[in-house]
Design a protein around this ligand. Structure first.
Ligand code: CA
Length: 139
């Protein structure tokens, strides 16, 4: 568990760095693609959100949400990702939706820095954003 201090510009800088952001998204995509077929199914994406509490907070899920509402919510999230309605999410769709979500989070954070306690998880995008900012100021 680590504590990071981030604001909107931390997140925006991270998203704006194409090489870094795409690599982070690509890593997550391959970790989520459990059967390795190169696309994410509904259940693969749902597993992602169940372990990615940041998005749950972003989409307004709280711990007391009943299961049937959760399924509806995950379906609606899946539909947001699945732009071409192919019933799978490919890497391009995943990248572009993650970018939108991260920018929406950046807007939500605004210019007011907040302190966040994060799991020590290398896959956490906000932690990556904070690490990226730290690497810039120390060099
Ligand atoms: Ca898959």
């Amino acid at each position: 568990m680590g504590v990071v201090i981030i604001d909107g510009s931390t997140v925006r800088d991270f998203v704006g760095n194409d090489a870094l952001f795409n690599k982070s998204v690509d890593d997550r995509f391959s970790a989520l693609d459990l059967n390795g077929d190169g696309v994410l199914s509904r259940s693969e994406l749902r597993k992602a959100f169940e372990t990615f509490r940041l998005l749950e907070a972003h989409f307004g899920v709280d711990v007391v949400t009943p299961p049937e509402q959760l399924t509806q919510l995950y379906d609606s999230i899946f539909d947001k990702f699945d732009c071409d309605h192919s019933d799978t999410v490919d890497l391009e769709e995943f990248r572009s939706e993650m970018k939108k979500i991260m920018l929406a989070i950046a807007d939500g954070l605004g210019s007011c820095p907040i302190q966040m306690a994060l799991e020590d998880d290398d896959q956490n995008f906000l932690k990556k954003a904070a690490d990226f900012e730290a690497s810039k100021t120390s060099s």
